[in-house]
Design a protein around this ligand. Structure first.
Ligand code: SAM
Ligand code: SF4
Ligand code: SF4
Length: 342
Protein backbone atom coordinates (compact mmCIF):
# COMPACT_ATOMS: atom_id res chain seq x y z
CA UNK A 1 0.00 0.00 0.00
CA UNK A 2 1.35 3.46 -0.81
CA UNK A 3 1.69 6.10 1.88
CA UNK A 4 1.74 9.86 1.72
CA UNK A 5 4.55 9.82 4.24
CA UNK A 6 6.93 6.94 3.55
CA UNK A 7 10.20 6.85 5.45
CA UNK A 8 13.55 6.89 3.67
CA UNK A 9 13.23 3.17 2.91
CA UNK A 10 9.69 3.57 1.52
CA UNK A 11 7.94 2.21 4.62
CA UNK A 12 4.61 3.72 5.74
CA UNK A 13 3.70 4.34 9.39
CA UNK A 14 0.62 2.29 10.23
CA UNK A 15 1.17 0.68 13.54
CA UNK A 16 1.63 2.50 16.84
CA UNK A 17 2.53 0.70 20.05
CA UNK A 18 1.49 2.65 23.09
CA UNK A 19 3.34 1.73 26.25
CA UNK A 20 0.97 2.89 28.98
CA UNK A 21 3.23 2.12 31.93
CA UNK A 22 6.80 1.00 32.56
CA UNK A 23 5.76 -0.94 35.70
CA UNK A 24 5.33 -4.71 35.66
CA UNK A 25 4.05 -7.42 38.00
CA UNK A 26 6.40 -10.11 36.55
CA UNK A 27 10.17 -10.16 36.26
CA UNK A 28 10.80 -12.21 33.11
CA UNK A 29 14.45 -13.16 32.88
CA UNK A 30 14.70 -12.07 29.23
CA UNK A 31 13.18 -8.62 29.93
CA UNK A 32 13.59 -7.58 33.59
CA UNK A 33 16.26 -9.83 35.13
CA UNK A 34 17.72 -7.23 37.55
CA UNK A 35 16.72 -6.71 41.20
CA UNK A 36 16.27 -2.94 40.99
CA UNK A 37 14.93 -0.63 38.28
CA UNK A 38 14.83 3.11 37.72
CA UNK A 39 11.19 4.02 36.98
CA UNK A 40 9.81 6.89 34.95
CA UNK A 41 8.73 9.80 37.18
CA UNK A 42 4.95 9.67 37.71
CA UNK A 43 4.47 13.32 36.67
CA UNK A 44 6.01 12.57 33.30
CA UNK A 45 3.45 9.89 32.42
CA UNK A 46 1.05 11.14 29.75
CA UNK A 47 -2.61 11.51 30.65
CA UNK A 48 -5.20 9.76 28.47
CA UNK A 49 -6.05 13.15 26.93
CA UNK A 50 -2.41 13.68 26.04
CA UNK A 51 -2.12 10.19 24.58
CA UNK A 52 -5.21 10.57 22.41
CA UNK A 53 -4.11 14.01 21.26
CA UNK A 54 -0.88 12.51 19.99
CA UNK A 55 -2.68 9.48 18.53
CA UNK A 56 -4.97 11.81 16.57
CA UNK A 57 -1.97 13.36 14.87
CA UNK A 58 -0.45 9.94 14.17
CA UNK A 59 -3.74 8.93 12.56
CA UNK A 60 -3.36 11.76 10.04
CA UNK A 61 -0.04 10.19 8.97
CA UNK A 62 -1.68 6.83 8.30
CA UNK A 63 -1.70 5.00 11.63
CA UNK A 64 -4.73 2.69 11.72
CA UNK A 65 -3.58 0.10 14.26
CA UNK A 66 -2.68 0.64 17.89
CA UNK A 67 -1.42 -1.85 20.41
CA UNK A 68 -1.42 -1.15 24.14
CA UNK A 69 1.62 -2.56 25.85
CA UNK A 70 4.12 -1.81 28.60
CA UNK A 71 5.46 -2.86 31.12
CA UNK A 72 2.22 -4.54 32.03
CA UNK A 73 -0.60 -2.46 30.54
CA UNK A 74 -3.18 -3.80 32.98
CA UNK A 75 -1.32 -2.05 35.82
CA UNK A 76 -2.33 1.31 34.36
CA UNK A 77 -5.30 2.51 36.35
CA UNK A 78 -8.55 3.18 34.48
CA UNK A 79 -7.16 1.62 31.29
CA UNK A 80 -10.65 0.84 29.88
CA UNK A 81 -11.27 4.61 29.82
CA UNK A 82 -8.36 5.02 27.39
CA UNK A 83 -9.57 2.08 25.31
CA UNK A 84 -13.01 3.63 25.06
CA UNK A 85 -11.46 6.91 23.90
CA UNK A 86 -9.46 5.07 21.24
CA UNK A 87 -12.46 3.00 20.18
CA UNK A 88 -14.34 6.22 19.47
CA UNK A 89 -11.87 6.90 16.64
CA UNK A 90 -13.17 4.98 13.60
CA UNK A 91 -9.89 5.41 11.72
CA UNK A 92 -8.36 2.95 14.19
CA UNK A 93 -9.44 -0.30 12.62
CA UNK A 94 -7.46 -2.44 15.06
CA UNK A 95 -7.04 -1.86 18.79
CA UNK A 96 -5.07 -4.64 20.44
CA UNK A 97 -3.23 -5.26 23.68
CA UNK A 98 -0.22 -7.32 24.70
CA UNK A 99 -0.45 -8.49 28.31
CA UNK A 100 1.13 -11.08 30.54
CA UNK A 101 -2.42 -12.13 31.41
CA UNK A 102 -2.03 -12.12 35.20
CA UNK A 103 -4.70 -9.45 35.71
CA UNK A 104 -6.97 -10.60 32.89
CA UNK A 105 -9.40 -12.51 35.13
CA UNK A 106 -10.20 -9.20 36.82
CA UNK A 107 -10.25 -6.95 33.76
CA UNK A 108 -11.23 -8.97 30.66
CA UNK A 109 -14.91 -8.02 30.80
CA UNK A 110 -14.16 -4.29 31.19
CA UNK A 111 -11.67 -4.42 28.32
CA UNK A 112 -14.24 -6.05 26.08
CA UNK A 113 -16.94 -3.59 27.09
CA UNK A 114 -14.61 -0.65 26.44
CA UNK A 115 -14.07 -1.81 22.84
CA UNK A 116 -10.71 -3.60 22.83
CA UNK A 117 -10.59 -5.75 19.67
CA UNK A 118 -7.89 -8.32 20.29
CA UNK A 119 -5.56 -9.71 22.90
CA UNK A 120 -2.08 -11.16 22.78
CA UNK A 121 -1.14 -13.00 25.96
CA UNK A 122 2.53 -13.62 26.61
CA UNK A 123 3.08 -17.09 28.00
CA UNK A 124 6.38 -18.93 27.70
CA UNK A 125 5.63 -22.14 29.54
CA UNK A 126 2.76 -24.17 30.93
CA UNK A 127 4.96 -25.78 33.56
CA UNK A 128 4.54 -24.12 37.01
CA UNK A 129 8.20 -24.54 38.00
CA UNK A 130 9.51 -23.18 34.70
CA UNK A 131 7.03 -20.29 34.96
CA UNK A 132 8.31 -19.38 38.44
CA UNK A 133 11.88 -19.61 37.26
CA UNK A 134 11.24 -17.51 34.12
CA UNK A 135 9.08 -14.81 35.71
CA UNK A 136 10.12 -14.92 39.38
CA UNK A 137 6.42 -15.00 40.32
CA UNK A 138 3.92 -17.85 40.88
CA UNK A 139 1.06 -16.60 38.75
CA UNK A 140 0.67 -19.30 36.11
CA UNK A 141 -2.84 -20.29 37.25
CA UNK A 142 -3.98 -16.68 36.95
CA UNK A 143 -2.75 -16.55 33.34
CA UNK A 144 -4.64 -19.76 32.54
CA UNK A 145 -7.72 -18.27 34.18
CA UNK A 146 -7.18 -15.02 32.28
CA UNK A 147 -7.19 -16.84 28.95
CA UNK A 148 -10.34 -18.70 29.96
CA UNK A 149 -12.18 -15.54 31.06
CA UNK A 150 -11.06 -13.64 27.95
CA UNK A 151 -12.64 -16.31 25.80
CA UNK A 152 -15.77 -16.37 27.94
CA UNK A 153 -16.34 -12.61 27.56
CA UNK A 154 -16.03 -12.91 23.79
CA UNK A 155 -12.43 -12.21 22.76
CA UNK A 156 -11.58 -14.01 19.52
CA UNK A 157 -8.37 -14.40 17.51
CA UNK A 158 -6.34 -14.31 20.71
CA UNK A 159 -2.63 -14.95 20.29
CA UNK A 160 -0.21 -16.49 22.74
CA UNK A 161 3.36 -15.21 22.40
CA UNK A 162 6.17 -17.46 23.60
CA UNK A 163 9.79 -16.37 23.79
CA UNK A 164 11.77 -19.51 22.93
CA UNK A 165 14.91 -19.99 25.02
CA UNK A 166 17.37 -22.84 24.76
CA UNK A 167 17.55 -24.95 27.88
CA UNK A 168 14.49 -23.26 29.38
CA UNK A 169 11.32 -23.96 27.39
CA UNK A 170 12.59 -25.66 24.21
CA UNK A 171 11.39 -29.01 25.58
CA UNK A 172 7.73 -27.95 25.64
CA UNK A 173 6.98 -26.49 22.20
CA UNK A 174 4.59 -29.34 21.37
CA UNK A 175 2.78 -28.94 24.71
CA UNK A 176 2.49 -25.20 24.09
CA UNK A 177 0.99 -25.77 20.63
CA UNK A 178 -1.52 -28.21 22.14
CA UNK A 179 -2.31 -25.83 24.98
CA UNK A 180 -2.91 -22.91 22.60
CA UNK A 181 -5.19 -25.07 20.49
CA UNK A 182 -7.22 -26.05 23.56
CA UNK A 183 -7.47 -22.35 24.50
CA UNK A 184 -8.65 -21.44 20.95
CA UNK A 185 -5.59 -19.22 20.53
CA UNK A 186 -2.80 -19.13 17.98
CA UNK A 187 0.71 -19.66 19.32
CA UNK A 188 3.57 -17.49 18.08
CA UNK A 189 7.15 -18.32 18.93
CA UNK A 190 9.45 -15.31 19.31
CA UNK A 191 13.19 -15.64 18.90
CA UNK A 192 14.90 -14.39 22.06
CA UNK A 193 16.06 -10.85 21.18
CA UNK A 194 19.10 -8.89 22.36
CA UNK A 195 16.98 -5.80 23.10
CA UNK A 196 17.56 -3.29 25.90
CA UNK A 197 16.81 -5.07 29.17
CA UNK A 198 17.84 -8.52 27.90
CA UNK A 199 21.13 -8.32 29.79
CA UNK A 200 21.41 -12.13 30.03
CA UNK A 201 21.04 -12.62 26.26
CA UNK A 202 23.48 -14.90 24.46
CA UNK A 203 23.28 -16.13 20.88
CA UNK A 204 23.45 -19.75 22.02
CA UNK A 205 20.26 -19.25 24.05
CA UNK A 206 18.26 -18.25 20.95
CA UNK A 207 16.12 -21.06 19.55
CA UNK A 208 16.18 -20.19 15.87
CA UNK A 209 13.23 -20.34 13.54
CA UNK A 210 14.84 -23.33 11.75
CA UNK A 211 15.26 -25.19 15.03
CA UNK A 212 11.65 -24.49 16.08
CA UNK A 213 10.41 -25.89 12.76
CA UNK A 214 12.70 -28.91 13.13
CA UNK A 215 11.36 -29.69 16.61
CA UNK A 216 7.73 -29.36 15.52
CA UNK A 217 8.21 -31.33 12.27
CA UNK A 218 9.69 -34.22 14.25
CA UNK A 219 6.39 -34.48 16.10
CA UNK A 220 3.78 -33.42 13.55
CA UNK A 221 5.33 -34.21 10.14
CA UNK A 222 5.35 -31.85 7.22
CA UNK A 223 4.72 -28.15 8.04
CA UNK A 224 3.65 -25.68 5.36
CA UNK A 225 4.14 -21.92 5.29
CA UNK A 226 0.94 -19.88 5.08
CA UNK A 227 0.96 -16.94 2.64
CA UNK A 228 1.50 -13.51 4.18
CA UNK A 229 -1.36 -11.01 4.13
CA UNK A 230 0.13 -7.97 5.88
CA UNK A 231 3.26 -6.47 7.41
CA UNK A 232 2.75 -8.40 10.69
CA UNK A 233 6.05 -9.59 12.12
CA UNK A 234 5.14 -13.28 12.35
CA UNK A 235 5.60 -15.80 9.56
CA UNK A 236 2.70 -18.23 9.79
CA UNK A 237 2.75 -21.97 9.35
CA UNK A 238 0.24 -24.82 9.32
CA UNK A 239 0.54 -28.31 10.78
CA UNK A 240 -0.84 -31.21 8.69
CA UNK A 241 -4.17 -31.04 10.58
CA UNK A 242 -4.55 -27.32 9.75
CA UNK A 243 -3.53 -25.94 13.15
CA UNK A 244 -1.66 -22.69 12.52
CA UNK A 245 1.16 -21.06 14.47
CA UNK A 246 3.61 -18.22 13.92
CA UNK A 247 7.30 -17.54 14.30
CA UNK A 248 8.72 -14.06 14.84
CA UNK A 249 12.29 -14.52 13.74
CA UNK A 250 13.66 -11.10 14.64
CA UNK A 251 17.15 -12.48 15.27
CA UNK A 252 17.82 -14.85 12.38
CA UNK A 253 15.52 -13.41 9.69
CA UNK A 254 14.72 -9.81 10.58
CA UNK A 255 11.79 -8.13 8.86
CA UNK A 256 12.88 -4.48 8.98
CA UNK A 257 12.21 -4.07 5.24
CA UNK A 258 8.45 -4.00 5.88
CA UNK A 259 8.45 -2.46 9.36
CA UNK A 260 5.58 0.01 9.71
CA UNK A 261 5.78 0.21 13.52
CA UNK A 262 6.66 2.94 15.97
CA UNK A 263 6.55 3.07 19.75
CA UNK A 264 5.45 5.72 22.23
CA UNK A 265 6.60 5.33 25.84
CA UNK A 266 4.32 6.12 28.78
CA UNK A 267 6.14 9.44 29.21
CA UNK A 268 5.77 10.41 25.57
CA UNK A 269 9.12 9.46 24.06
CA UNK A 270 8.62 8.35 20.46
CA UNK A 271 10.93 5.67 19.07
CA UNK A 272 10.98 4.70 15.39
CA UNK A 273 12.79 1.40 16.06
CA UNK A 274 12.92 -1.10 18.91
CA UNK A 275 16.71 -0.75 18.91
CA UNK A 276 16.88 3.04 18.41
CA UNK A 277 19.18 4.77 20.89
CA UNK A 278 17.39 8.10 20.68
CA UNK A 279 13.75 9.09 20.49
CA UNK A 280 11.70 12.26 20.03
CA UNK A 281 10.31 13.78 23.22
CA UNK A 282 6.67 14.42 22.34
CA UNK A 283 5.73 15.14 25.98
CA UNK A 284 7.98 18.12 26.04
CA UNK A 285 6.48 19.34 22.76
CA UNK A 286 2.85 19.03 23.81
CA UNK A 287 3.42 20.38 27.32
CA UNK A 288 5.19 23.41 25.91
CA UNK A 289 2.02 24.41 24.09
CA UNK A 290 2.82 23.21 20.57
CA UNK A 291 -0.16 23.38 18.20
CA UNK A 292 -1.61 20.25 16.60
CA UNK A 293 -0.37 21.37 13.22
CA UNK A 294 3.18 21.92 14.45
CA UNK A 295 3.07 18.55 16.22
CA UNK A 296 1.91 16.86 13.04
CA UNK A 297 4.69 18.53 11.05
CA UNK A 298 7.25 17.31 13.57
CA UNK A 299 5.91 13.72 13.28
CA UNK A 300 6.13 13.91 9.49
CA UNK A 301 9.65 15.31 9.67
CA UNK A 302 10.87 12.52 11.94
CA UNK A 303 9.14 9.67 10.13
CA UNK A 304 10.12 10.73 6.61
CA UNK A 305 13.74 10.92 7.81
CA UNK A 306 13.62 7.40 9.32
CA UNK A 307 16.10 4.84 8.06
CA UNK A 308 16.15 2.43 11.06
CA UNK A 309 16.76 -1.24 10.48
CA UNK A 310 18.02 -2.18 13.93
CA UNK A 311 17.49 -5.95 13.82
CA UNK A 312 19.10 -6.23 10.38
CA UNK A 313 22.12 -4.26 11.54
CA UNK A 314 22.47 -6.47 14.60
CA UNK A 315 22.11 -9.62 12.49
CA UNK A 316 25.19 -8.47 10.57
CA UNK A 317 27.34 -8.24 13.71
CA UNK A 318 29.93 -10.93 14.21
CA UNK A 319 30.37 -10.60 17.97
CA UNK A 320 26.82 -10.08 19.06
CA UNK A 321 26.18 -9.19 22.71
CA UNK A 322 23.30 -7.60 24.68
CA UNK A 323 22.38 -4.13 23.44
CA UNK A 324 22.98 -2.52 26.84
CA UNK A 325 24.65 -3.26 30.17
CA UNK A 326 22.67 -2.82 33.43
CA UNK A 327 24.54 0.43 34.16
CA UNK A 328 23.55 1.94 30.77
CA UNK A 329 19.94 0.93 31.46
CA UNK A 330 19.94 2.60 34.88
CA UNK A 331 21.26 5.79 33.27
CA UNK A 332 18.79 5.60 30.40
CA UNK A 333 15.64 3.59 31.27
CA UNK A 334 14.17 4.50 27.87
CA UNK A 335 16.42 1.78 26.44
CA UNK A 336 14.49 -0.86 28.39
CA UNK A 337 12.08 -3.11 26.50
CA UNK A 338 9.60 -2.78 29.39
CA UNK A 339 9.68 1.03 28.97
CA UNK A 340 9.64 1.07 25.21
CA UNK A 341 6.93 -1.55 24.85
CA UNK A 342 7.42 -4.87 23.06
N1 SAM B 1 4.03 -7.16 29.88
C1 SAM B 1 3.35 -7.43 28.67
C2 SAM B 1 3.65 -8.82 28.19
O1 SAM B 1 4.65 -9.41 28.64
O2 SAM B 1 2.91 -9.31 27.36
C3 SAM B 1 3.62 -6.44 27.57
C4 SAM B 1 5.01 -5.87 27.44
S1 SAM B 1 6.27 -7.05 26.99
C5 SAM B 1 7.71 -6.05 26.92
C6 SAM B 1 5.85 -7.33 25.29
C7 SAM B 1 6.42 -8.55 24.65
O3 SAM B 1 7.82 -8.42 24.56
C8 SAM B 1 6.15 -9.84 25.39
O4 SAM B 1 5.50 -10.75 24.55
C9 SAM B 1 7.52 -10.34 25.75
O5 SAM B 1 7.61 -11.73 25.72
C10 SAM B 1 8.38 -9.71 24.66
N2 SAM B 1 9.78 -9.63 25.04
C11 SAM B 1 10.33 -9.00 26.10
N3 SAM B 1 11.67 -9.16 26.10
C12 SAM B 1 11.98 -9.93 25.03
C13 SAM B 1 13.20 -10.45 24.49
N4 SAM B 1 14.37 -10.24 25.08
N5 SAM B 1 13.12 -11.18 23.37
C14 SAM B 1 11.94 -11.41 22.77
N6 SAM B 1 10.77 -10.95 23.22
C15 SAM B 1 10.78 -10.22 24.34
FE1 SF4 C 1 7.66 -10.01 31.33
FE2 SF4 C 1 6.16 -8.27 29.89
FE3 SF4 C 1 6.87 -7.73 32.36
FE4 SF4 C 1 8.71 -7.74 30.47
S1 SF4 C 1 7.04 -6.32 30.61
S2 SF4 C 1 8.89 -8.59 32.56
S3 SF4 C 1 7.94 -9.41 29.19
S4 SF4 C 1 5.59 -9.45 31.71
FE1 SF4 D 1 11.27 -2.34 12.86
FE2 SF4 D 1 13.47 -1.67 14.16
FE3 SF4 D 1 12.25 -4.01 14.66
FE4 SF4 D 1 13.58 -3.60 12.34
S1 SF4 D 1 14.44 -3.68 14.41
S2 SF4 D 1 11.55 -4.56 12.58
S3 SF4 D 1 13.12 -1.44 11.97
S4 SF4 D 1 11.42 -1.95 15.06
Amino acid sequence: MTSNFPDRLGRPLRNLRLSVTDRCNLRCQYCMPEDEYVWLPKDDVLSFEEITRVVDQFVTLGVDKVRLTGGEPLLRSQLPVLIKMLAERPQLRDIAMTTNGVLLPKHAQDLKDAGLHRLTVSLDTIDPETFSMMTRRDDLERVFEGLRVAREVGFENTKIDTVAINGVNDGEFVELIEFARSASAELRFIEYMDVGGATRWRMDRVVTRDRILEILSAKYGSITEVARVDAAPADRFALPDGTTFGIISSVTQPFCATCDRARLTADGMWFTCLYAEKGTDLRQLIRSGMSDEALRNRLIEVWTDRSDRGAEVRAGMTDRAPLAEPANLRDNPHLEMHTRGG
